[in-house]
Design a protein around this ligand. Structure first.
Ligand code: PMP
Length: 457
């Protein structure tokens, strides 16, 4: 292996990191991870860091989980990859069956891909083609939530548009109808939660009344809009979207790429609201954070609309080289077994309660914490310069990035969303580790915000 000095130099010389201002990145030596162990990442010098964002929200049972390592090794001894185009493979079949067994009622078919964005892209394309096959070609429009995030391919960006991130691509995107979720009213306009919900429901009712017959689908991140900055909404709002979409004959796509696999304290977030989506997008935790695998689950009604004589060429023409990759599917199967054996979802609920208490005790009272939002083991702590007026910090101060640099001194890795500090630990986090995560976060916020207090506004 190259020396640590070589690796750091080569990173700067050859790599382009995602969602990263490379000018800043090149100004400091990179932290390079060499190993993982349980809930910790270990760098080239052997320093250990608690993986506070689950390696970008995907790790579930910690790193080097023996059962997952074994599943990967055993599958590698059989075959690493063969295609699902015109062939099938053992783990892809077994995983599809296992997923349908645990999926929300009504979902009967699994279409694989290899990233959350692709799972979304596939859901949009299936919905769009479905209405043409069903003889309702006027249903061409999609509805999504303000500040939704659904991935970085162009269809996913069309429904998950963010001015800050995506404005350069605007001319390449298709037009989408937008709904303001309750969070917008509550946080940005200072409504009480019930009024925010009422306003959001009314807005949705009006939109469906005006456009219902031209809609292909509404897409939503259930309960928590992750990349928006951890914007939560109550289960009632999701139920409203389900009812309105059903009444107007529109499809409901739930994007559980971030919320799926136990993260919210149920296997899938829609289960908090008793909602059955028509299409469900999964990724991230599907392989417990081991390998790139995603899936789009659909109802039998959608699936059968695509059945036709060959020469009509109505098959769903979408596929990737690594669709249904056997290594990834084998690990995903082992992942699901661990969920059952270790009663992971129950443990998440217990940890979520502990986390909530810790946040209330150590983080919520800090003078620059404007809001603490939590669903299960998903947390966003919004930092503000002035709590009373909710005035934001100047973006060039990079308050979120500074806190996440500071917390490394305490042996914790976090990645912010602008001024929102995200905590999204592996579901296997222990109580002492949670305590360390939250108290370190509080200390890092205190250190950075008091330094910023000394700057002229
Ligand atoms: N949907 C949601 C809700 C997400 O949070 C993400 C990624 N953070 C995606 C889709 C995209 O997934 P991927 O990065 O695997 O393409």
């Amino acid at each position: 292996m190259a020396t640590p000095e070589e690796l750091r130099a080569w990173d700067h010389a050859y790599l382009w990191h995602p969602f990263t201002q490379m000018r800043d990145w090149l100004a400091a030596p990179p932290l390079i991870i060499e190993r993982g162990e349980g809930n910790y990442l270990i760098d080239l010098e052997g320093r250990r860091y608690l993986d506070g964002v689950s390696s970008l929200w995907c790790n579930v049972h910690g790193h080097r989980k023996p059962e997952l390592d074994a599943a990967l090794r055993q599958q590698a001894e059989r075959i690493a990859h063969s295609t699902l185009l015109g062939l099938s493979n053992v783990p892809a079949v077994e995983l599809a069956r296992a997923l349908i067994e645990i999926a929300p009622l009504g979902l009967r078919r699994v279409f694989y891909s290899d990233a959350g964005a692709n799972a979304v892209e596939i859901a949009l394309k299936i919905a769009f083609q479905y209405w043409q096959l069903r003889g309702e070609p006027q249903r061409t429009r999609f509805v999504s939530l303000v500040e939704a995030y659904h991935g970085d391919t162009l269809g996913a960006v069309s429904v998950g548009y963010s001015e800050r991130f995506h404005r350069f691509f605007r001319p390449l995107l298709f037009d989408v109808l937008k709904l303001r979720p309750p969070h917008v009213y509550r946080w940005q306009q200072g409504f009480a939660p019930v009024d925010a919900l009422r306003a959001a429901v009314r807005e949705a009712e009006e939109l469906f009344a005006a456009h219902g017959r031209t809609l292909a689908a509404v897409i939503v991140e259930p309960l928590m809009q992750g990349a928006a900055g951890m914007w939560d909404h109550p289960p009632e709002y999701l139920r409203t979207l389900r009812n309105l979409s059903r009444e107007s004959g529109t499809l409901l796509i739930c994007d559980e790429v971030a919320t799926g696999f136990g993260r919210t304290g149920r296997m899938f977030a829609v289960q908090h609201a008793d909602v059955q989506p028509d299409l469900l997008c999964l990724g991230k935790g599907l392989t417990a954070g081991y390998l790139p695998l995603a899936a789009t689950l659909v109802t039998e009604e959608i699936f059968t609309a695509f059945l036709a004589p060959y020469e009509r060429f109505e098959a769903f023409s979408h596929g990737h080289t690594y669709t249904g990759n056997p290594l990834a599917c084998a690990v995903a199967l082992a992942n699901l077994e661990i969920f059952t054996r270790e009663r992971v979802v129950e443990r998440v609920r217990e940890r979520a309660g502990q986390l909530s208490r810790l946040l209330q005790q150590h983080v919520a009272p800090l003078p620059h914490v404007g809001d603490v939002r939590q669903v299960g083991l998903m947390v966003g702590v919004e930092l503000v310069q002035d709590r009373a007026t909710r005035r934001r910090y100047r973006p060039e101060w990079q308050v979120g990035n500074q806190v996440c640099q500071e917390i490394r001194r305490h042996g914790v890795i976090l990645r912010p969303l602008g001024p929102v500090i995200v905590m999204m630990p592996p579901l296997s986090i222990t109580e002492p580790e949670l305590n360390h995560l939250v108290t370190s976060c509080a200390r890092a916020i205190e250190a950075v915000t008091s330094r910023l207090d000394e700057r002229p506004p």
